[in-house]
Design a protein around this ligand. Sequence first.
Ligand SMILES: *Cc1c(COP(=O)(O)O)cnc(C)c1O
Length: 384
Amino acid sequence: MASKNLKFNTKTIHGGQQPDEAYGAVMPPIYQTSTYAQTTPGGHKGYQYSRSANPTRTALENSLASIEGGEFGLAFGSGLAAIDAVIKLLAPGDEVISTDDLYGGTYRIFKKIFEKFGVVFHFVGMQGADAVRDKINSKTKLIWVETPTNPMMNIIDIKAVAALTKGTDIMLAVDNTFATPYLQLPLELGADIVMHSATKYLGGHSDTVVGALVVKDKELADKLYFIQNASGAVCGPMDSFLVLRGIKTLHVRMQRHCENGRAIAEYLKSNPKIEKVYWPGFKDHPNHHIAKEQMKDFGGMISFVPKGGSYDDAIKIVEKLRVFTLAESLGGVESLAGHPASMTHASIPKEERLRSGVVDSLIRLSVGIEDVDDLIADLEQAIE
Ligand SMILES: *Cc1c(COP(=O)(O)O)cnc(C)c1O
């Protein structure tokens, strides 16, 4: 469907989608096949081998492009496979400037895999664009932004960072996993590449691991497609189907994630046993004004530190939760709690972790779409 002029809440359901040509199936069939019959060598219907392309994956890729306001979508076997493809655009000696307060796995692939191949990474606090400008030199090829950041919920001004890349050959990539296109559209703000762990909010049901890239530029899309096909970390047909199904309710889920997130952030802030709550919707959040400008709402991701809390206190709280599940990941319909220092951010050296504020007692919540009274009662009993 020609979807350019549709509103977001319609694009999630119809963007880039047509009923299946074979039988008119309204939902894209799961084409669980590796290969496709040809009538004569090269005589096929656009599909030859499922690493190169698969109709269910195409349906997902078209949906991704539509909801992010891009032209081309690429679906990968995981968010990290999508990141891997972006860094493979680079050559030894090229430099990357990255957010310092970063998803642990992104930090790990940058430092432990690609540094070996001669790509140089600078990790910078990006709350001011000046810090980014200071690191730019003739070797800079990519700026990697994650906003809101994980787990500190800092907000980076995408437009201001994009302005630094204008008229240069530096690409700007934004990890939009936390915000989703419901809240923020990086391509509209000047980014060249949007990346997703579709495992999280896009899939939305904690039932699959998928990654995505969306771009506007054809040449960049061709290069990324070449890498995707050559390296092979593609998303399978069943997983493509699950994320497509998830995207259809993204806007209604996000609305509730945001409502529940606000109620829980305010509850935690008013609780005398809590030292600090990190959520960009607070007026006194240091980057609240940017969040208000570039995001539609503030999301359901919240981090907090119990008063006088230690590593063990944080562990006790997360173990006591009953409605929240103690688990890695985020963005599903169910509420999850995590302890970054021992879970998602354990692969980041302690000094670096502390420098960005990830103290031992920090707890991260992915607020789900359950009844918020039950969620607050659960936190209340665990914090007691
Ligand atoms: C989970 C996550 C990733 C990695 O995605 P996978 O699908 O787990 O490979 C990258 N960035 C952010 C912000 C994430 O939350």
